[in-house]
Design a protein around this ligand. Structure first.
Ligand SMILES: *Cc1c(COP(=O)(O)O)cnc(C)c1O
Length: 359
């Protein structure tokens, strides 16, 4: 029994922060494919499961606070200095640490919208103000408009590429123009959570841009292509001075020992994991082609999901899709995001979508 009512005030701006809505899960006993969280449909490789089991015997100890071996392996893989890599509990957490490290109260953060729903939350928690720039009708980031939205108060611009939930990636040429237009003291965060799924030959090489522009930070994750969403490992690549500030803003011992060893095992197994990514990309093509053949207008997706702009039909469509056996992620009044999953899941969703296709 609790006695008394809490009179402790909470931050007033939290009232305006929409809660993060996790993708729907199947009810216990119900059979439905989970296409609602952009997860990797493949279970972890045996070598990764073995690394997790090995790590389990050490969990009475704190992990290596700076995930040194992990950082060195990532740095080696990417061809950057180890001090440029900052690990965190998923790249969502790392984004929060980046914003905390650079934003003062009232600073502006320019971001695309509709984009990743964690952005408004992270920006508000960092005491900054979000400036939303609408994506184009075909779900692309409007980089010229984003550059034009930069003011003397702007500290950060978030570039989500491929954009979650609409799917397209930015092009190298437009991103170079954008970087040329943005002042050098404004941080440009390239959120590349889905970079391994990109097949557009015109997509940027973020590491080359990072090398050329000291105000660029790259965010990547082991949650999507590497299939470690449940273990929470992501990282930032930043110039050493920024990386050090991001480390200062990070939760101490954030990345568990189990997660560090699983990520290291995943890097060792990368060729095998990237073969799975190829299979998901093939499945994405099948889903996109199938939907377009049914008459759907679907933006070009370079990620492991596709976007259907359903407007007012969104909520009922998502409910019916769940009943048909495919859980998708509705954004009420805007559209649904459908993750690329198992082959049978694509079949079920395509069959369902055919019955609701525009004529
Ligand atoms: C999934 C996702 C992330 C990373 O998620 P974590 O699991 O926290 O690493 C980051 N950005 C975007 C746009 C995403 O969709």
């Amino acid at each position: 029994m609790l006695t008394g009512v809490s009179r402790v005030p909470v931050r007033r701006d939290l009232a305006d922060v929409p809660a993060y809505v996790p993708g729907a899960r199947a009810a216990v006993g119900a059979a439905a494919y989970k296409l609602s969280s952009n997860e990797n449909p493949f279970p972890p490789l045996p070598s990764v499961v073995a690394a997790i089991a090995d790590a389990a015997v050490d969990v009475n100890r704190y992990p290596d606070m700076h995930a040194t071996e992990f950082g060195e392996a990532v740095a080696h893989r990417l061809g950057v200095a180890p001090e440029s890599v900052v690990a965190g509990t998923g790249s969502v957490a790392v984004l929060g640490h980046v914003l905390t490290a650079v934003c003062e109260a009232g600073d502006e953060v320019v971001l695309p919208w509709r984009s990743f729903e964690a952005y408004p939350i992270a920006v508000t928690l960092a005491h900054a103000r979000q400036v939303r720039v609408p994506v184009t009708a075909d779900g692309r980031l409007d980089l010229p408009a984003m550059a034009a939205a930069v003011t003397p108060r702007t500290r950060v611009v978030l570039v989500c590429t491929p954009n979650n939930p609409t799917g397209p990636a930015v092009r190298d040429a437009e991103l170079r123009d954008f970087l040329a237009a943005v002042p050098r003291d404004v941080l440009v965060v390239l959120d590349e959570a889905y970079v391994e799924f990109v097949r557009d030959p015109e997509a940027p090489d973020a590491l080359a841009l990072f090398a050329a522009h000291p105000n660029v930070v790259i965010l990547r994750t082991f949650s999507k292509a590497y299939g470690l969403a449940g273990l929470r490992v992501g990282y930032a690549v930043a110039r050493p001075r920024l990386a050090s500030a991001i480390r200062t803003a990070s939760t101490p011992f954030g990345v568990s020992h189990v997660a560090q060893l699983a990520a290291l095992a995943s890097l060792r197994a990368e060729p095998e994991l990237l073969t799975r990514v190829d299979a998901i990309v093939e499945e994405r093509t099948r889903l996109l082609t199938g939907l377009r053949a049914q008459g759907w207008d679907v933006p070009d997706s370079q990620a492991n999901f596709v976007w259907l702009a359903l407007g007012d039909r969104t909520t009922s469509f998502a409910e019916r899709s769940a009943q048909a056996g495919a859980l998708v992620r509705p954004f009420a009044g805007e559209g649904v995001r459908v993750s690329v999953g198992e082959r049978e899941a694509t079949d079920i969703f395509l069959e369902f979508a055919a019955d609701h296709a525009p004529h």
